[in-house]
Each structure stands twice: as structure tokens, then as C-alpha cells.
Design a protein. Structure first.
Lengths: 379, 336, 459
């Protein structure tokens, strides 16, 4: 390996532009640090990335629509961040364990989350959906930054098992203000744990611009902890893939943690309860629309004669299949009976809770109508 | 049987747990090379190595958060929070993550984490080193909470806590770290009383006195002194605060009809409030008098010279016993 | 088929939205997720995507209307089978998809929204669907480290009697030991009525409460023909009374002293009083005279009007007389007492005795009457016997048994004459009074009965 990661803070901070391999208008660029990690991304690979991003976008839109239609209580749109999510997740090895935030929809899709898995928690039916050990993904985290410590702990476990998986922590720019994220970097660095921190700097923490969180580029913090870091164009899936490959390789080969700051933009609201018109301008958003991750890749693929109607039709069909199932899963969800409330609080029986359960069951059984019954609803 | 201090008994319990299961890890500040500020983990680094006995950075949230990650990976982390007053930075990870992950993942991910906390006062310590925060954790669904009062329980219950697939907040009364007691180091866990049961440490017929931790010793002293007045007090060491063994408690209350609860922790919304409510719910028709609690005052823990007025002592306990017996007491003239 | 779209809660608790503009009109074909309207909530302007593919039927509200969450917004006609083309794909376009054939169920309104403002009265849900198990069932499940060893059925021998605090207080005030009271309440709960009933037993009178359990009636002894014995369970009233008697008998050392007295003068006095018009309506009998004599004598012999307080290690001498008059009733013996009998004159005493007896026979003695006595009189003369060894009413120092008045030969002014003669039997607590004191008291009482005028010597 000839590449030398940037640990020099001064040099890092002097960067005006994040590292980029694909311009907004679809031209391929070179970057001495990233090139070797992107060499093998041919048209087939790029079409695969495009497909994943396009499906992620459709799924995200469907989520928003379902919320607007009253089928989901909330949705956190990921629109605009497809490149970071798809690029980094695809770069991982299947047995690397990922610790996402609540916005990393693309990461879940790459790992094979089922359509129902994307909606049932937002609908309020269950506290989480997929089995973390089936997808090697932790349940999406709502406490900002908490997952960064979990990733480090997991990586410490990998070290003790003497295997070569990597743990990945995903979080946003706001999270980097949280103590937990900083503590995670201390631990990761002190123990040289195989963990990659992926910070999706989408410029906004609800209504607060990133400048409230950071006066210097976020990527510049990691070297202060002793962690090498790259700052990449988060709307450039090729750069994201390459940078992630570098980071994973670094961690996997025993060199310790690595940090990526992917500079992107949250095109939608923080969640469907938010109104961004109150704190940012339409112009700002439009500027970023011009830097859209899918548009630029489409342009690039077209320039390679690798983007045609047959391709888009196939992508649309895949997207439609997924979103149709999503919609059906949401609308057709059967809410659990009342007594399910008390399931799974403990791994082993707890006498206090067992008594409460018995009393609650007796209470429910006291009603004349079936719907209050403590009996399990079939199916 | 061996005579061991509680500190040594805890160390022996850790050693045994680590020998029995190589997924058990110890994490905490100063627990490795120093052997812990109370020497509880003394010798364990040498015996098990740095991969399993980890000196962590000075960051409680980080300690518990990385323990969560290790639990995800299938390890059984035993975390030491250096002093009770320092658990608060970790409170978010404990309450939002450790306590909830089993529920959140519907049972797929377990959190077999033991959080050891040197706890409570009576050691003349500086501020923040004598806290009794157990109520916060008892109130948090998804956690088990235990408090040991003697070296044997320290040894056995720590092993049980580590072996449990549920997270356990394990309170160790630091003022008993150097107190000695008989410990059967060969006791099989399966034969030992389960972690969740209470123990009647002294039988009596007139009053049921419920307590836990170092306060058990004070309660026993009070019971002895009460004999001189012809009062027979039954002392129960709860051992487990979540869950509470109400079977043992209510059997006693049905016998005596009178209840006093005592703990160092502050009064308002303390564990005594929960115990008395539950005992009243379950045993109302057996009660001869309203239950009484004897607790720390609702103040931040006081400076060392004043702590003896804060910690409920023998006299305050017996004043409460007088009250439930309908004898003259400090509140006889006071309309509550 | 018709499908309705109701306004959802668009943002975690928003109650309503105003329609800014409609982007479709009735008759327009609409694709799934196509934006059909813009609405403004308290938080934001929101685009509403169509939940159905079909044709717009009816717009339920106009632009400018404020619509509450849950109200129908728009009605569609939808196909029963999938149809239609997906819209041309564009990176930012929402996928337009044909209907999947979902039913016309209105969308679930997820999120809390505003609670529907109901005009009907709040009501409980109908109950009665299932069994309600016992409330104090403790469910204990075992885990390896949490198992509570399955103990033998709980040992209830050491359990205290079950009652409620107010009833316990009542029992304490009445001096009733709950351990002796038979419980009639659920799960062995001792009720207020149980305590009152018991107090009646200890004193003897039936309580004011209506008869509850059969426990206070002697169960009908049904002996099978030819049986050589009948078994009657010892419980309830009988058990309680027996216990009280035993307690009394074995606590206070009883001594009984007898004195037979010529009461002819008393009898004459009573005849005269009976004939006195001014005393019409007041039935003054021998018992009243005895009661008066006792009250007078007690003032000279306070040791017979006292109590042995073991706990305080004190003898309590009363400065009043609550005079108990034993009465035989259907239920058994009751001893209601006349409060401050020493303050009453003869007429007052007679009236009080009369009332007491009447109330007792009617089974209506108040608890208050049954408690707090300091000395008792028992008139077994009505049964035709002369003397006896009465047992002290628990807590009292003395009890005077009054025998029948008999006409019999007696010494009178040096000759034998037929006189009215009566025997007095005084039992007293030897801890509180000695033989001399008891005898002197009895002599004082007898003196008044022999020569009523001597009453003036006593007070």
C-alpha cells in the first residue's frame, strides 16, 4: 500500500474542497489519495451503485408519502445522502458490523432489510424490526451519538476474538458535539480498535447549521485524537466508496480506527414533523440539488454509454416491487395485543414484572369485548 | 469456609467468574495495574491479562457504551464505576441502551452486563463519594438491581450477576469493604439462594425491619438493643431491589403486622417509598400501624463531619420502631 | 369502489390543517402518491400525496377551509385491480404506482393527533368478559438465579388477625383482642360488625348490627335418632364469652362473701313508693334499692371500685361508678352499665335499670353501654336461687349477686317472725380488696337494705 493517510491537521484543514472523484456534472476526476481505491469501479459496478441509490431514493420517498397519508407516525428522510450510505455500506465486508443512526436507510437496504423492516418501527408497531445478527446491523439509534461507543466496544470485541471484521459507526454532524462521540474516539484510539467512524455531514442538525457544531472541518478533529481522517464529497459515490475502502483497510489491517467526514446535504426536512422553510432558503437547497448524487452518476454512466432505458426500467421495476411491499406491510400491519407490551423486557423472568403481567392480564380479561382480551391474536 | 473481607470476597468472585467463562471481561478506571482504588480487582490483571482486565479512559459513558458494544459481540463485560457519584455520566447509556436493548431488539440482543458500583457513605469521604443512587435504577425497567451486605453474598451474588443474561447494577457498600465474614468459596451457584430472594437475617415477632446493604448491620444492632425493651424485631436483608422478594417480606409482615424500612438513601421517592407502598397493597389487612421509613434526609450528601446525623442510626431506627408499636416517640406530638 | 382519504396527523400531535390549494379536481385521474393538495399545519406547509390510484370523486373541503385531523378530505373512485403505468422515472420524482388492489379502508390515523372531540358522556368499557382472579395472587416464576424455592404451603399459623386500621382502632378502644374475634369478612377479614358483636358477647348483649353470620347462633343440634351424644361446635359468641370468662377467672383471684339480710323494711318502702302518685311511671324495685346501696357503699370502699393495671403497675381507683346490671337475654348474659350511677337518685337509678333491661332484652344495647363498667350487680334471684359465686366482669373489682327475696322465719325483735329475707353474694378481686374490706362493704350494703334510713349515714 502506497497511500499515506492524512493525519496532518494543518494540511487537512487547508483543504477547501473535500476529496472528489466525480464532479457534479458527471466528469470523472483523479485524486492521488483515492484513485487506487476506486480503480476497479467499472461500468457494471457503477450501475450497481446507481441502482442501489435510486432504489434508496424511491424507498425514502415512499416513506415520506406513507407518513403524509397517515400510515406512519414519522419518517426521517434520507434524500440527498444516498451516495454516502450506499457507497460506504457497499464497501464493507458482509461480516463487518454496522451501527447506524435513524437516518441510514441506504445502509439498511444494502444489508438486505426487508420492506416491512423499513416501516414497522416508524409506524409504531414494534420497537425495532430486523434481527441485528441476521443483517449484522444494530437497530438504528435515536440517542444522538450513542452508537459510536457501541461500535467501538464491538471493535474491542473483534480484537479479543482476533478476527478481522470492522465495526462501523454512522452519525451526523450534530452528533460530533456529543460527549459520547468524543469518548468513542478516545477509546478507539487508545485501544487501536478496528472501527471506522463515518460522519455524514449533511449540514443541518434540525435547524442548526453545522457551523454551530464545528468551527473547523469535522474531519480535522479525528487527528487530534490520533485517528487518521479523510474528508470527502458525500454526494460522490465513487469517492465515498474509495474513502471507505481506505478506512476499512486501515482498520482491518490492525492499524486502528479511521474517520471519514462525508460532506453532503439533507435535502428534506429533519423529519416529517419539521419545516425547513423556517431556517433555510430554497436557494440553498437548489444549489445542492445541482450537486445531486444520482444526477451526476447518471451523467457519467451516459457518457460511458452505460445508461439506457432498459437499465432504468429494470431499476424502476425493482424499486416498485420494494415500495409496493413496503406499502402493503405498513397498511396491512396487525397491531399486537395489549399484553405484548410486557414482552422481552428481561432475558430471564423477573418476579415483579411477572406479577404486573398477571394482574394486567386479569384486568384485560375483565372486559366484555374481545378486543381487550389478553389472548394472543392469531396471525 | 474462609474468613474474607468483602473486598477480597468480591475479588474472589470476579476471579471465579472469569475463570469459569472466558467471555467475562473487566473494565473500569484503574482496575488493572492499580488493582482498583479499593483493590477489589487486585491481581486480576496479572492472572488474566490486559485483554480481559482493561484500564479504560476516564469516561464513564464511554465505559458503559463500549461495554454495550462488547455485549453485542457476545462478551460479558463487568464494568466498575469508580465511585457511586460518578455513575451519572453513564446514566444515559445505562438507561437508554443497557436497560432497553433487550426490549428494543425483542430479545435478539442480550445485555449481560454487570455494573459494579462502590456505594453509599459512612467512610468520611469527599463530596460525590458517598452517594446512594439505587432508586434511579430500580425505577428503570430492564435492569436488575442488587445490594450486598456481607462477604458471602458479595462473592456469590456477584457471580450470579455476571452469569445472568440480564444487566445487573451491583451495589457494594464501600464501608464494608474491609469487614470480614465467612465465605464458602466452593459454593455451587445452583445451590446458593437465588439472586432475587431476600433473607431473614434475624427472626422476630413484633416488628418487621426491611433494609439492605450496610444498613443491615445497623438494623441488627437496633434489634439487639430492642431486646432490652422486650421488643422482638425481625430483620430482613432484601438483597435484591429489583425485583424485590415480596414473598419473604409479606410472610413476615403477616406475622408481625408492623413495618419499618430503613436505608441511607434520601427519603423522597427512595426505595422505602416503593417497599412501603407494595407492602401496604399486599398486607393492608394485617397492618397494626402505618409503616414508617427511616432514611437519609432530602439533602445532598453532607460533609463528613455531619454525615452521622444523616445516616439513619440505631436510635433513629428504634424511634421508628416505637412509632409503629404505638409507644411514645419523637413524632408522638406531631401531626403528620 | 369508493375510497376516502381522511386528514392524518401530519406531525406528532397536530390537530388540524388548512387547505392551501387543491392540485386536482373531481374527475381527474390520479396516480398513487401524486401530490393532490397543499395544506398548512401549525408547523409547516405540507404536500399531500394521494394514497390511492384512481379518479377523484369529490373534494370534501375547499381551499381555505380548516380541516380537523380525521375528517374526510377527498373521495376517490378506485379500481379493484392493478392498472396504470408508472410515471417516467426521474431522480426526485415520487414513484407513481398502480393501486395494489387494497381495500377502501380509510388510512389508519397514526400518531396521536388531536383527540376527537366527543360530545357524548365519558363511559367505562363494558365488563364481565372473564374471570377476575384473586387480587393477592403472587405470580412467581423461577429463573436459575431468580428462583424462589417452592416453599411448602405458606405457614399461616403465625399470621395475625386480618382487619383494617379503623376497625383495629375500634377494637383497641373497646379493649377487644382481635385474636378472639370471629371473622365474617372476605378471606378471613374481621369487620367492624364482628368486633361490635364480640364486644356484645364479652359484655353479653347482642350488637346493634343486624345478625350476620350464623356464628353467633348456637347451631341447631340435630342428633340422629338413637345418638348418644350431640356435638355443638365451639365458636363465635360462645367461644368468645368463654374466653373472657376464663381470662377473668384465672387472672383475678376471686373471693366470695355471703350475707343474708332481713329486707322487710325495703319491701315496705317499695310498697309505699309504688302507691305514691308522684312516682307514677317509675317502677322502683329491689334492684334499684340494691343499686343505690351499692353506689353509696362504694364511696366508702373505693378499693371495690377500682382496676388492676398490670402494664402500668398501678391500681386505678375510679371517682365515679359505672354500675353494670347483668341481664339474661336470648343471646346470653349481657352486662350493660349505667354511667355515673352514683350521681343518680333512686328514681333515676330505677329508670336507668328499667331502660337497660328493656334495651338488653330487645337486643339493642349500645357498645358504649357494654363497656366501661366499674362494678356490677347480678340478680340471679329472679331464677329463684339464693346465693352464688358470681364471676367478675373482666376488669372490675367486684360483683354483687342478689338472691331471691324469700318470706321465711327470722329473728325479729327477740322473737321468730316471718320476714322478707335475701342473701347477698359478693365476689371481689382479692388483689384489690382484702377480706375485711369486702366484708365491710357488704355489711354497708346490707345495712341499707335492712334499714333504708341508714342510707343517710353513708353520704
Amino acid at each position: 500500500m502506497t497511500y499515506t493517510p492524512i493525519t496532518d491537521t494543518e494540511r487537512l484543514l487547508s483543504l477547501d474542497e473535500p476529496l472528489q472523484l466525480l464532479t457534479p456534472d458527471g466528469r470523472r476526476r483523479h485524486d492521488p489519495q483515492l484513485d487506487e481505491w476506486a480503480d476497479d469501479l467499472d461500468a457494471t459496478a457503477l450501475r450497481g451503485l446507481y441502482r442501489d441509490m435510486a432504489i434508496a431514493r424511491r424507498v425514502d420517498a415512499e416513506g415520506v408519502a406513507l407518513q403524509r397519508q397517515g400510515q406512519l407516525g414519522l419518517w426521517a428522510p434520507a434524500q440527498g445522502q444516498e451516495a454516502v450510505q450506499i457507497g460506504t455500506a457497499r464497501a464493507c465486508r458482509r461480516d463487518d458490523f454496522l451501527f447506524p443512526s435513524y437516518r441510514e436507510l441506504g445502509v439498511l437496504l444494502v444489508r438486505g432489510a426487508a420492506p416491512a423492516d423499513t416501516v414497522l418501527t416508524w409506524r409504531g408497531e414494534v420497537p425495532s424490526t430486523f434481527d441485528p445478527y441476521a443483517l449484522d446491523v444494530a437497530p438504528p439509534q435515536i440517542i444522538i451519538g450513542a452508537q459510536s461507543l457501541h461500535a467501538v466496544g464491538y471493535a474491542m470485541g473483534i480484537q479479543r476474538d482476533e478476527t478481522d471484521q470492522v465495526a462501523v459507526a454512522y452519525f451526523g454532524d450534530g452528533a460530533t458535539s456529543q460527549g459520547d462521540v468524543n469518548e468513542a474516539m478516545v477509546f478507539a484510539s487508545s485501544f487501536a480498535s478496528p472501527v471506522v467512524f463515518v460522519c455524514s455531514n449533511n449540514q443541518w442538525a434540525i435547524s442548526e447549521p453545522v457551523t454551530v457544531q464545528a468551527k473547523h472541518p469535522i474531519a480535522g478533529r479525528a487527528p487530534g485524537f490520533g485517528i487518521p481522517s479523510l474528508r470527502v464529497d458525500g454526494n460522490d459515490v465513487i469517492a465515498c466508496t474509495a474513502a471507505m475502502r481506505w478506512a476499512l483497510d486501515h482498520a482491518r489491517s490492525g492499524e486502528g480506527p479511521a474517520f471519514l467526514e462525508a460532506v453532503t446535504y439533507r435535502m428534506g426536512p429533519h423529519t416529517t414533523s419539521d419545516d425547513p422553510t423556517r431556517y433555510r432558503s430554497a436557494d440553498d437547497v437548489e444549489q445542492w440539488r445541482a450537486r445531486d448524487p444520482l444526477t451526476r452518476l447518471e451523467a457519467h454512466l451516459r457518457s460511458m454509454d452505460a445508461f439506457d432505458d432498459a437499465f432504468t426500467a429494470a431499476v424502476d421495476a425493482d424499486a416498485l416491487a420494494y415500495t409496493t411491499e413496503m406499502r402493503a406491510a405498513a397498511i396491512g400491519a396487525v397491531t399486537k395485543p395489549a399484553l405484548a407490551l410486557l414482552d422481552d423486557v428481561y432475558a430471564t423472568p423477573h418476579t415483579g414484572l411477572a406479577e404486573q403481567r398477571a394482574h394486567f392480564a386479569a384486568y384485560l380479561d375483565g372486559f366484555a369485548d374481545e378486543s381487550a382480551s389478553s389472548e394472543e391474536v392469531a396471525g | 469456609m474462609t474468613q474474607l473481607t468483602m473486598g477480597k470476597a468480591l475479588g474472589a468472585g470476579l476471579r471465579r467468574a472469569m475463570a469459569d467463562d472466558d467471555r467475562v471481561l473487566l473494565m473500569g478506571e484503574d482496575i488493572g495495574r492499580l488493582g482498583g482504588v479499593f483493590r477489589i480487582t487486585d491481581g486480576l490483571l496479572d492472572e488474566f491479562g490486559g485483554k480481559r482486565v482493561i484500564d479504560t479512559p476516564l469516561a464513564e459513558s464511554g465505559i458503559v457504551g463500549t461495554a454495550v458494544g462488547l455485549a453485542f459481540r457476545g462478551f460479558r463485560p463487568v464494568v466498575e464505576i469508580q465511585f457511586d457519584g460518578f455513575v451519572y455520566p453513564a446514566f444515559d447509556q445505562i438507561v437508554c441502551q443497557v436497560a432497553k436493548l433487550h426490549y428494543r431488539t425483542r430479545g435478539r440482543v442480550k445485555m449481560p452486563i454487570t455494573i459494579r458500583i462502590p456505594w453509599a457513605g459512612g467512610v468520611g469521604a469527599a463530596e460525590h463519594h458517598s452517594e446512594s443512587p439505587e432508586a434511579y435504577f430500580v425505577h428503570t425497567a430492564g435492569l436488575r438491581v442488587v445490594a450486598v451486605s456481607n462477604p458471602q453474598d458479595a462473592y456469590t451474588m456477584l457471580r450470579q450477576a455476571i452469569a445472568s443474561d440480564d444487566p445487573v447494577v451491583f451495589f457494594e457498600p464501600k464501608r464494608l469493604y474491609h469487614s470480614k465474614g465467612e465465605v464458602d468459596l466452593d459454593a455451587h451457584l445452583a445451590d446458593a439462594p437465588p439472586m432475587g430472594v431476600a433473607r431473614v437475617v434475624r427472626e422476630g415477632s413484633d416488628v418487621t425491619l426491611l433494609t439492605y446493604g450496610a444498613q443491615v448491620g445497623v438494623a441488627l444492632d437496633a434489634a439487639t438493643a430492642a431486646e432490652d425493651e422486650g421488643v422482638s424485631i425481625e430483620v430482613i436483608d432484601l438483597r435484591s431491589l429489583s425485583p424485590v422478594d415480596y414473598r419473604t417480606v409479606t410472610a413476615s409482615v403477616r406475622k408481625t403486622g408492623r413495618v419499618v424500612v430503613t436505608h441511607e438513601a434520601a427519603r423522597e421517592a427512595g426505595v422505602a417509598a416503593e417497599l412501603i407502598t407494595s407492602v401496604t397493597e399486599k398486607c393492608f389487612h394485617y397492618l397494626e400501624a402505618a409503616p414508617v421509613r427511616v432514611t437519609g434526609h432530602d439533602i445532598p450528601y453532607p460533609p463528613a463531619k455531619l454525615e452521622k446525623h444523616h445516616l439513619p442510626d440505631l436510635d433513629r431506627i428504634l424511634d421508628a420502631v416505637d412509632r409503629v408499636l404505638g409507644r411514645p416517640n419523637s413524632l408522638s406530638e406531631v401531626v403528620l | 369502489m369508493i375510497a376516502e382519504f381522511r386528514l392524518p396527523d401530519l406531525g406528532e400531535g397536530l390537530p388540524e390543517a388548512e387547505i392551501v390549494q387543491w392540485l386536482v379536481a373531481p374527475g381527474d385521474p390520479v396516480a398513487l402518491n401524486q401530490t393532490i393538495a397543499e395544506v398548512e399545519t401549525a408547523k409547516a406547509i405540507v404536500e399531500l400525496p394521494s394514497p390511492f390510484a384512481g379518479v377523484v370523486g369529490e373534494l370534501k373541503h375547499a381551499a381555505g377551509d380548516v380541516v380537523a385531523v380525521g375528517e374526510p378530505l377527498i373521495v376517490f373512485e378506485v379500481d379493484g385491480d392493478p392498472s396504470g403505468e408508472p410515471a417516467p422515472s426521474a431522480p426526485d420524482a415520487v414513484v407513481a404506482a398502480p393501486s395494489t388492489g387494497e381495500t377502501q379502508d380509510p388510512p389508519n390515523l397514526v400518531g396521536y393527533g388531536a383527540p376527537p372531540r366527543s360530545t357524548s358522556r365519558p363511559q367505562r368499557r363494558a365488563r364481565g368478559g372473564g374471570r377476575i382472579p384473586a387480587a393477592d395472587t403472587l405470580v412467581l416464576e423461577a429463573a436459575p438465579h431468580d428462583a424462589v424455592p417452592d416453599a411448602a404451603p405458606e405457614d399461616t399459623r403465625h399470621e395475625r388477625p386480618r382487619s383494617t386500621p379503623p376497625v383495629r382502632k375500634l377494637a383497641k378502644d373497646l379493649g377487644v383482642d382481635l385474636a378472639l374475634v370471629e371473622a365474617s369478612g372476605v378471606s378471613g377479614l374481621i369487620t367492624r360488625a364482628d368486633v361490635e358483636e364480640y364486644a356484645a358477647r364479652v359484655g353479653g348483649a347482642p350488637s346493634t348490627a343486624p345478625v350476620q353470620a350464623p356464628a353467633d347462633r348456637v347451631p341447631a343440634a340435630t342428633a340422629p335418632p338413637g345418638a348418644r351424644e350431640t356435638r355443638i361446635p365451639i365458636r363465635g359468641v360462645r367461644k368468645a364469652t368463654a374466653a373472657a370468662m376464663v381470662r377473668s377467672a384465672f387472672t383475678a383471684p376471686h373471693v366470695t362473701t355471703f350475707l343474708t339480710v332481713d329486707v322487710t323494711a325495703t319491701v315496705s318502702l317499695l310498697d309505699a313508693l309504688r302507691a305514691d302518685r308522684r312516682l307514677e311511671g317509675h317502677r322502683i324495685g329491689v334492684l334499684a334499692i340494691v343499686a343505690k346501696a351499692v353506689c353509696l357503699a362504694l364511696s366508702r370502699h373505693p378499693e371495690l371500685n377500682s382496676r388492676w393495671d398490670e402494664e402500668a403497675a398501678e391500681i386505678v381507683q375510679y371517682h365515679y361508678v359505672n354500675l353494670g346490671i347483668a341481664a339474661a337475654t336470648e343471646r346470653g348474659l349481657v352486662v350493660p352499665n349505667i354511667k355515673d350511677a352514683d350521681a343518680l337518685d333512686l328514681t333515676g337509678l330505677a329508670d336507668a335499670i328499667g331502660d337497660l333491661a328493656q334495651t338488653a332484652r330487645a337486643g339493642r344495647s349500645a357498645i358504649d353501654q357494654l363497656m366501661g363498667g366499674t362494678f356490677s350487680i347480678t340478680n340471679f334471684g329472679v331464677f329463684g336461687v339464693d346465693a352464688g359465686t358470681p364471676i367478675l366482669n373482666p376488669g372490675e373489682a367486684g360483683i354483687l349477686g342478689v338472691g331471691a327475696v324469700r318470706r321465711q322465719p327470722w329473728e325479729h325483735e327477740g322473737a321468730i317472725a316471718l320476714r322478707d329475707v335475701m342473701t347477698l353474694s359478693l365476689s371481689f378481686d382479692h388483689r384489690l380488696a382484702d377480706g375485711e374490706q369486702g366484708s365491710k362493704f357488704l355489711r354497708d350494703v346490707a345495712d341499707v337494705l335492712r334499714e333504708p334510713g341508714r342510707a343517710m349515714l353513708l353520704r
